[in-house]
Design a protein around this ligand. Structure first.
Ligand code: SF4
Length: 235
């Protein structure tokens, strides 16, 4: 019996045998079915966010458009989830495990609590941004999240997160000017360290990081007055 896995740093692993209809590409296999992602960590953490993002978007890309749900199964650094996937879940292609990938190494090292054979898992994939992703759009999506989440109590956060979102969208739409990058960095300086809770810093850091690390891509948007990737894979 071969079980399939998918890993990330949060890694996704599935319990589907190679011989299954799912693996054979049967177009109707997932129609009307529900895929369950078992997350080895609690709701709200990184692994959980990855899984819920995948569950939200992946069904529309699968034949048959199955439902996809997330099930948090915490304990022993995600060993419980990995062990459950191996020992208890049906190998029918409808259960995906999302647990820490280093467990596979720990099996080799003879660590306690490993009750699976990693050789019988298959890696499905990892949620990453590849080189087709527009970094300006990625920065804007991140800024939009923080602008939405700001409670508005602190002026630097309330006003600054809105400024970041608007500036980044302006650049993404091809309306940006070169001094917008300086304004954006200035806004992040005004937010950082000047708010009551950590959301302010959390909003400033990624905007600054994207703008500095991918400055050339930002400038290309501004000079060509368009998104060179037309949003890339982040639509
Ligand atoms: S930093 Fe925190 S408390 Fe201040 S406005 Fe933002 S979310 Fe509210």
């Amino acid at each position: 019996m071969i079980k399939v896995i998918g890993l990330l740093s949060a890694l996704l692993f599935v319990s589907a045998p190679r011989e299954s209809q799912a693996a054979s590409g049967d177009q109707d296999f997932y129609k009307g079915k529900t895929i369950r992602i078992i997350v080895g960590f609690a709701a709200g953490g990184g692994f959980d966010v990855y899984a819920r993002t995948i569950a939200r978007h992946m069904p529309k890309h699968l034949p048959g458009n199955p439902a996809m749900i997330v099930d948090n199964m915490t304990g022993a650094g995600s060993r419980l989830a990995a062990n459950y996937l191996y020992k208890a879940s049906a190998p029918d292609g409808l259960t995906i495990g999302n647990f820490i990938g280093s467990l596979l190494l720990q099996q080799i090292l003879g660590d306690q609590g490993i009750e699976f054979d990693g050789r019988k898992f298959e890696w499905l994939g990892a949620p990453v941004m590849d080189d087709t992703a527009c970094m300006v759009r990625a920065a804007w999506i991140t800024a939009r999240f923080f602008a939405h989440e700001s409670c508005g109590q602190c002026t630097p956060c309330r006003e600054g997160t809105g400024w970041l979102e608007r500036l980044l969208w302006k650049i993404e739409e091809g309306r940006g000017e070169e001094n917008d990058l300086d304004i954006l960095l200035h806004v992040t300086d005004q937010i950082e360290g000047n708010t009551i809770c950590a959301l302010g810093d959390a909003a400033a850091w990624p905007a600054r990081g994207f703008a500095k690390k991918y400055r050339d891509e930002f400038l290309q948007h501004i000079r060509e007055k368009r998104c060179p990737l037309e949003g890339g894979s982040l639509h």
